[in-house]
Ligand binder design. Structure first.
Ligand code: HEC
Length: 117
């Protein structure tokens, strides 16, 4: 086999393994539950004040009270803050906010109601 044929073979097999790795990571991303992802972000940024599993002893807002129709309120309060709560704009990305919302929905008082979005 000529050297150039060998290098073509190597680069072909390399690119197919790169492709395989991409496919694997892509299908992994699709199987990650948004609510689970949200729970992790919540644990990092929100839990100290809002409590484990959204339960706190009254020192901050009970996030389980947010209704399915109050997503805009949620986004606005998280981005801009409210009273004792600092604004999270620039810290929590728009997509992270969607993950946190998905997590909150799993524990919300009205969790049986499905969001129209
Ligand atoms: C430093 C403590 C603290 C942290 C950390 C914190 N919050 Fe808050 N949060 C509060 C307090 C206190 C309130 C009640 C504000 C009020 O109504 O006076 C509140 C209220 C809220 C509300 C309801 C606001 C409304 O519309 O009435 C939402 C939604 C919220 N927080 C989401 C979050 C999310 C999401 C995170 C994490 C990214 C977070 N908070 C992190 C203290 C905190």
């Amino acid at each position: 086999m000529t050297p150039s044929k060998a290098s073509t073979l190597i680069s072909r097999s390399l690119s197919s393994s790169v492709l395989a790795a991409l496919l694997v990571s892509n299908s992994f991303a699709q199987t990650v539950d948004p609510a689970e992802k949200g729970e992790r972000i919540y644990g990092n940024y929100c839990m100290t004040c809002h409590g484990e599993s959204l339960i706190n002893s009254g020192q901050s807002f009970d996030l389980r009270k947010l209704k399915v129709t109050e997503k805009a309120r949620f986004e606005n309060s998280v981005q801009n803050g409210k009273n004792q709560m600092p604004p999270w704009k620039g810290v929590i990305s728009a997509s992270d906010m969607q993950y946190i919302w998905a997590y909150i929905r799993t524990l919300a008082n009205d969790k049986d109601q499905v969001s129209s979005e």
